[in-house]
Ligand binder design. Structure first.
Ligand SMILES: Cc1cc2nc3c(=O)[nH]c(=O)nc-3n(C[C@H](O)[C@H](O)[C@H](O)COP(=O)(O)O)c2cc1C
Length: 162
């Protein structure tokens, strides 16, 4: 599948339904819940934007690999997503803890239970320096502990839909 036939509301899909970002390989992978992100176009290609804080174990997997996946559940599996958003892969096998099944697309991990998965090729990892915040209340509200997000922009190279 490609993105042409996709029908979804990205506003609801991120903030309301949440998604999972997964990265790694068939030997070792990790997944985490995200509520923030975007889908659209960038640099002339279909793109997914996700933001991952420095403290997340998942960041190490995304940094170490050329691809990551973004998986949507259309409001289902919320308990599993809560588990993946409250525990860390540093001390928990989140696939086992959440009951989700890791599947692989050309070696890129994603949850088999997802309704829709975007396989993304990393194009950029962008820091958010303090001086880039025009609305200072955002910085004060979300980054008082200095645990900044990195914005990963990935080209959507494959779409898996149930
Ligand atoms: C609903 C929800 C949404 C979340 N959204 C994000 C997000 O967009 N970016 C982020 O860095 N962390 C987000 N988190 C927090 C991570 O999922 C959480 O810290 C997770 O335990 C990280 O796991 P890891 O250490 O295995 O990577 C969210 C958590 C929840 C419950």
């Amino acid at each position: 599948m490609n993105t042409e036939n996709i029908s979804m509301n990205p506003f609801k899909s991120f903030l309301g339904d949440w998604a999972l970002v997964s990265a790694g390989n068939e030997e070792k992978s990790n997944t985490m819940t995200i509520g923030w992100g975007a889908l659209g176009g960038m640099w002339g290609v279909d793109a997914a934007f996700v933001v991952i804080r420095y403290s997340r174990y998942t960041k190490e997997f995304v940094d170490a690999n050329d691809y990551f996946s973004v998986a949507f559940f259309d409001g289902e599996c919320k308990d599993a997503l809560m588990t993946c958003g409250r525990t860390s892969g540093r001390d928990t096998d989140k696939w086992a803890a959440s009951g989700l099944t890791p599947a692989y697309a050309n070696g890129v991990p994603y949850p088999a239970e997802a309704k829709r998965v975007f396989i993304c090729r990393k194009m950029a990892a962008m820091d958010m320096p303090r001086e880039s915040f025009i609305d200072d209340t955002i910085y004060d509200k979300w980054y008082s502990d200095d645990d900044m997000h990195v914005m990963y922009i990935g080209e959507v190279v494959d779409v898996i839909e149930k």
